[in-house]
Ligand binder design. Structure first.
Ligand SMILES: [Zn+2]
Length: 182
């Protein structure tokens, strides 16, 4: 496994819609390496999610995982060619960051629960209902596949803060735990 460079806002790959991963590519060793590298890169960067465009690859693929205790923990998940379907419910605001937009945090409204349909890393389809923090991560990562960044989803930029000031003045203001970037 190897760490990949995480591209930052301004790189055009973050603004381009990603292409579906072809079935033939999914069987290649290069694809397995990419998935392994993304997982390692996410963990090394202390992120809770990483989408392929963030490592310069325009494919519809993301990984996520959040350490935690008990019910807080979100196990590692790989989503290839995902489709998200929001469930009914009022949007919930919470803090988000992004590995491609370092050291900024902002309040972002998201659907409280979504249905995630995707392929796993071996091409097997799965479907899960995810809610809360996991639903937030899935929506953030899925946005990356459409060239959308969390700043685009903010209804106001007034909460936008540098990480240091966020820790000092704002942490806990929305009761969130999304302090790790995605
Ligand atoms: Zn992100």
């Amino acid at each position: 496994m190897a760490l990949r460079e995480i591209v930052r806002m301004g790189h055009p790959v973050l603004r381009a819609p990603a292409e579906p991963v072809p079935a033939s590519a999914m069987r290649s060793p290069a694809f397995a390496r990419l998935v392994d590298d993304m997982i390692e890169t996410m963990r090394e960067a202390d992120g809770v999610g990483l989408a392929a465009p963030q490592v310069g690859i325009g494919w519809r693929l993301f990984v996520y995982e959040a350490a935690g205790t008990g019910s807080d923990a979100i196990p590692l998940r790989v989503a290839v060619n995902p489709v998200l379907e929001p469930e009914p419910g009022d949007p919930v605001e919470d803090w988000e960051g992004c590995l491609s937009i370092p050291d900024l945090r902002g309040l972002v409204p998201r659907h409280p629960a979504v249905r995630l349909r995707a392929l796993d890393r071996h091409g097997e389809p799965y479907e899960r209902r995810v809610e809360g923090f996991e639903a937030r991560i899935a929506q953030h990562e899925n946005d990356h596949l459409d060239g959308v960044l969390f700043l685009d989803r903010m209804t106001s930029l007034r909460s936008l803060a540098f990480l240091e000031e966020w820790h000092r003045f704002l942490v806990g203001a929305a009761g969130g735990r999304a302090e790790r970037p995605e």
